[in-house]
Design a protein around this ligand. Structure first.
Ligand code: PMP
Length: 408
């Protein structure tokens, strides 16, 4: 029965639909399914003992303060730690450039709240992160898409789309969710140039930057932008807003991420966050600080990299060994995902139906296309399943694909 509430939903909720694929993906939570669908880190790498010690230490050191309300900007030592850490990667910022959020997902939402009027255009990659589209749909954003290839945004395509006057460019330069692709250094420079030339700012979303399994670290867009501007002061005041998170390096359950932005932007975001939740959990922030400090984070990230590198290699080897001709995939240098392209006539949702019957799952690529394309594409996650399950899951998927390809 419909309640009185149902006829009172705001217009913006019309865009907040749950998709048919989401219903199908509920099946993937059944216990005997090997799921490459989620974006979950491996629970085996969560530093549970370190969290337990940290909890005791926080209680011993600050006691009731950890259970009290605190400032919207975030716990100062944690902001300092993030600022110091970022400086090490070449981003010259001060703690005032940092806002702690409930994961990067809240950062995306706050950015929508602060910057988007209904109908505003955002330039996104084709494909792009589904969660960003969900966040901004609620603010009635419209999307324009630019082409991507194995080096990220195709800059010529970005230039062409500047005609539509996007409010900002959304970029995922490292091991992109969903494609696993990394933007080359040349393209990073070119994107900064184009953004500067057309006067359009960039939102850089970087949850996976530290999870690199081969080659050298590439400078983030915010770093390149600050170098390009070569401002003397330590405070960042450029064209890029940068997002990152502890979800992939510590644990997603603590829901802690951060925004790096010019101070005038941070101030607005603080007002938006006040209205949303007053502040991120004091206890969680203190815990994260305690866990991350003293060099533990670096050491732990090394361990995570080793575990995920093995899983990525297992998945790539299984794909090479078992997948039929006509299907191609990306070879990510880090992150949690790789991207499949089936022959053009194949519909990934149909493949998913067959796959679920074989007890293996993935996410069809259309969900990541703001323009509704990508019917024959799919995202595979390699962080959550064990190497044995990865190998078995890929074999099952290969069987489905061979059968579907053999059916006229
Ligand atoms: N951005 C991207 C690109 C992501 O892949 C994710 C996590 N799936 C998020 C943001 C949100 O992460 P969290 O809220 O856990 O920090």
């Amino acid at each position: 029965m419909q309640t009185l509430w149902a006829e009172r939903f705001a217009q913006r909720t019309q865009r907040m639909k749950s998709s048919a694929v989401r219903e199908l993906l509920k099946l993937t939570e059944l216990p005997d399914i090997i799921s490459f669908a989620g974006g979950l880190p491996a629970p085996e790498v969560f530093p549970t003992a370190r969290f337990a010690e940290a909890y005791q230490a926080v209680m011993d050191k600050v006691g009731a303060k950890a259970l009290q309300y605190s400032t919207t900007e975030g716990y100062s030592p944690l902001r300092d730690l993030i600022a110091q850490h970022s400086t090490r990667y070449g981003i010259r910022i001060e703690p005032d450039n940092v806002l702690i959020t409930n994961g990067s997902q809240q950062a995306l939402d706050l950015i929508g709240k602060v910057f988007l009027n209904p109908g505003d255009h955002i330039l996104v990659e084709r494909p792009t992160y589904l969660g960003a589209l969900q966040a901004w749909n609620a603010y009635q954003a419209e999307y324009i898409t630019a082409d991507t290839d194995g080096d990220g945004y195709v800059v010529e395509s970005v230039k062409t789309q500047m005609r539509s006057g996007p409010k900002f460019i959304y970029a995922l330069p490292n091991f992109q969710n969903p494609s696993g692709v990394t933007m080359s250094l040349e393209r990073r420079h070119a994107l900064i140039d184009v953004a500067d030339h057309y006067g359009v700012p960039i939102l850089e979303d970087d949850p996976y930057g530290q999870l690199r399994y081969e080659d050298e670290h590439l400078p983030s867009l915010v770093t390149l932008d600050s170098q390009f501007r070569s401002t003397d002061g330590a405070q960042y005041s450029g064209n890029v807003i940068y997002l990152s998170t502890f979800s992939k390096t510590l644990a997603p359950g603590i829901r802690l991420g951060w925004i790096i932005a010019p101070v005038e932007v941070i101030q607005r975001l603080v007002q938006a966050k006040q209205g949303a939740d007053l502040h991120s959990g004091t206890l969680n922030q203190m815990l994260a600080y305690e866990v991350a400090s003293g060099g533990f984070l670096d050491q732990h990230v090394k361990h995570i990299r080793a575990v995920y590198r093995e899983r990525r290699d297992t998945m790539l080897a299984a794909l090479d060994a078992h997948f039929p001709e006509g299907v191609t995939w990306t070879r990510p240098k880090g992150g949690l995902f790789l991207w499949l392209t089936f022959p053009p006539h194949m519909d990934a949702t149909e493949v998913l139906k067959a796959a679920v019957a074989e007890k293996v799952a993935f996410v069809p690529g259309t969900s990541f296309h703001a323009d509704g394309g990508g019917r024959n594409t799919a995202r595979l996650n390699f962080s959550n399943a064990t190497p044995e399950h990865i190998d078995e899951g890929v074999k099952r998927l290969a069987r489905c694909l061979k059968q579907l390809l053999a059916t006229p």
